[in-house]
Write a protein that binds this ligand. Structure first.
Ligand code: NAD
Ligand code: TYD
Length: 341
């Protein structure tokens, strides 16, 4: 196990994105002595409004920069105890349209970070990955676990699989103290409204239809983002070096069922559903067996899908300014206003 100093300094990559920003909220609120450097390139998916409340916090530093920038990454990695790596291109549909940025950030960016961690004397490294690296399940197949063979099928999942292999290679070859987590689909506050759940909620509030790909019977295992953040917290403190942990939400749902549940919550009817052309190579089902992290580290999801979805719908209703600024593109000016005065 990694010896955890009582006050840790973390380099969070991709901390202005959906899960990374929730993780920063979690760490700064849970550990009063921890310090965070957030390295984020502020692509379309990065939004500093997610972290507004920490702007004047001495324990929190934001650096706008690219994880492929070797000099910057080396300098930042040398200043911290651990790297928690979230930064990625994360949207499957975008990877189908153009996958170059996926290979660059997800593969080369991860390699740049690993190499910096090695050169800084083998720094502790946690890599956040996805269940999509395992491919697609049939209806009756058992859920993915840590021993499922890799079988990525989209440019996104292939680039994440490449990054996972590099992380494992740095453990085996260089003894880099790594852990990896492969989690299922997250949802919750600050979720970028190009992804299914926030897209449904925000479209319905704006009285726009919901695009359902194909028959809508594809299944995902939904994980409330704060449960995911707790799991990463436990792994970085108690995880066994060199190990992979699968993190799931215990909530397998077809897309159509999710859409109908949100229609009910927002008092809309099924005329708002619009079946559109299916995604190319659409993975049918993802599901996670999280027995390993439950048995070895004592983690399991605490938020049921019903509770999590209600919390999420409520958050989007109460934070209309946040998602309207994202949908209009206004949020991209926030950085300029805050940091380039
Ligand atoms: P996101 O797209 O919301 O955020 C990604 C962040 O990375 C953004 O802030 C972006 O600006 C930053 N970034 C992108 N390229 C960068 C670069 N070259 N240098 C520095 N920063 C860069 O993603 P997310 O949904 O928060 O996902 C975070 C991680 O979790 C990713 O690694 C993703 O693969 C993984 N994951 C996500 C889910 C999910 O449901 N969202 C599920 C499983 C795994
Ligand atoms: P998404 O949120 O993009 O996550 P992922 O592809 O990583 O699982 O999509 C979740 C599911 O919802 C997936 O089966 C694709 C489907 N989907 C739609 O039916 N309509 C949409 O507009 C989007 C964005 C996704």
């Amino acid at each position: 196990m990694f010896h955890v100093p009582c006050s840790m300094k973390l380099l969070i990559t991709g901390g202005a994105g959906f899960i990374g920003s929730n993780f920063i909220h979690h760490i700064l609120k849970t550990y009063p002595d921890y310090e965070i450097i957030n390295l984020d390139a502020l692509t379309y998916a990065g939004n500093l409004e997610n972290l507004k409340e920490f702007e004047s916090e001495a324990r929190y530093t934001f650096i706008k920069g690219d994880i492929c920038n070797k000099e910057l990454v080396a300098e930042l990695v040398s200043k911290v105890d651990i790297v928690v790596h979230f930064a990625a291109e994360s949207h499957v549909d975008r990877s189908i349209l153009d996958s170059e940025a996926f290979v660059r950030t997800n593969v080369i960016g991860t390699h740049t970070l690993l190499e910096a961690a090695r050169q800084a004397g083998n720094k502790r490294f946690h890599h956040v990955s996805t269940d999509e690296v395992f491919g697609s399940l049939g209806a009756d197949e058992p859920p993915f676990s840590e021993i499922t063979p890799y079988d990525p099928r989209s440019p996104y999942s292939a680039s994440k699989a490449g990054s996972d292999h590099l992380v494992r290679a740095y453990f085996h070859t260089h003894g880099l103290p790594v852990t990896i987590s492969n989690c299922s689909n997250n949802y919750g506050p600050y979720h970028f409204p190009e992804k299914l759940i926030p897209l449904i909620i925000t479209n319905l509030i704006e009285a726009k239809k919901i695009p359902i790909y194909g028959d809508g019977m594809q299944v995902r295992d939904w994980l409330y983002v704060q449960d995911h953040c707790r799991a990463i917290d436990i792994i970085i403190h108690k995880g066994k070096i060199g190990e992979t942990y699968c993190i799931g939400g215990n909530s397998e749902k077809p897309n159509l069922e999710i859409a109908k549940t949100i229609l009910d919550l927002l008092h809309k009817d099924e005329s708002m559903l619009e079946h559109v052309e299916d995604r190319k190579g659409h993975d049918k089902r993802y599901a996670i067996n999280f027995a390993k992290i439950k048995n070895e580290l004592g983690w399991e999801p605490q938020v049921t899908f019903e509770e999590g979805l209600l919390k999420t719908v409520t958050w989007f209703l109460e934070n209309e300014a946040w998602w309207k600024s994202v949908k209009s593109g206004e949020y991209e000016k926030y950085y300029l206003k805050q940091y380039q005065k």
